[in-house]
Design a protein around this ligand. Structure first.
Ligand SMILES: N[C@@H](CCC(=O)N[C@@H](CS)C(=O)NCC(=O)O)C(=O)O
Length: 235
């Protein structure tokens, strides 16, 4: 069967800032499923994805099956390919991973977003900037620049939000334990979003969470390495 993944791209086809698209990429790699075609989708490119009946990426097309939403994609892959390595490690772990998904989207992402949004806007394709600015400023009720202004307050908030993650990773390599699983791809996807969006590192060079992000980035032949390039520019 042919597998196609519709993914967000930023300034070029290998600049992939969307955390949700990274989750789908890692889920497929964990299952050992090769993607036959990666379709790059800019923010304003709604026509290419209209077939899915909604306007967000990632979208997985597996043969005749179309699935959108990263969590739904993970559930689909787990059910459709039960003989391949599990993304969760069983039904109870799947339930707990759903909580990790909610924490990442509702706490971690809002803590990271203000620290990188201005750089993300600067780094996406020129013809995507107006759409990005308009939709984000509508949501924020103010300009991107004025929203992102109080960096010190956002950094203090991020430190608080990261505390449970630090505690969890203090004595184990992955959120899921000794081996990585979908919970790690969720958490990593947001650290990766920051790396792809902004050349200013979110975490200090000696921060254990940066080593964690590198660990996940190195999986599957260094699949996440493309986003480290921006960060290295600032190093
Ligand atoms: N809950 C969805 C969220 C997907 C989402 O927000 N995707 C963003 C990725 S950048 C998007 O497509 N945004 C479209 C837009 O900004 O117009 C998931 O987990 O896949």
């Amino acid at each position: 069967m042919t597998i196609t993944l519709y993914e967000r791209v930023g300034g070029s086809d290998d600049h992939r800032p969307s955390p949700f698209s990274w989750r789908a990429r890692y889920a497929l790699a964990h299952k050992g499923l090769a993607v036959d075609e990666h379709v790059p989708v800019k923010f304003h490119d709604k026509q290419i994805i209209a077939f899915s009946g909604q306007g967000l990426v990632p979208i997985l097309v597996d043969g005749e099956t179309v699935v959108h939403d990263s969590w739904s994609i993970a559930l689909y892959l787990e059910e459709a390919y039960p003989e391949r390595p599990s993304l969760f490690g069983g039904p109870h772990a799947q339930e707990l991973t759903h909580f990790v998904n909610a924490w990442a989207d509702q706490s971690l992402m809002p803590a990271v977003f203000p620290l990188v949004i201005a750089d993300l806007h600067a780094n996406i394709a020129e013809d995507d900037k107006a759409y990005f600015r308009e939709t984000r400023e509508q949501r924020l009720g103010r300009s991107i620049e004025s929203f992102a202004n109080d960096r010190a307050a956002f950094e203090a908030n991020l430190a608080k939000v990261l505390a449970p993650l630090r505690a969890r990773l203090a004595d184990r390599p992955f959120v899921a334990g000794e081996e990585p699983a979908y919970a790690d791809y969720i958490v990593f996807s947001i650290l990766q979003f920051a790396r792809c969006a902004s050349p200013t590192p979110l975490l200090a060079a000696d921060d254990p969470l940066r080593a964690y992000a590198d660990r996940v980035s190195d999986l599957f032949d260094g699949m996440g390495a493309s986003c480290r390039r921006l960060e290295r520019l600032a190093a």
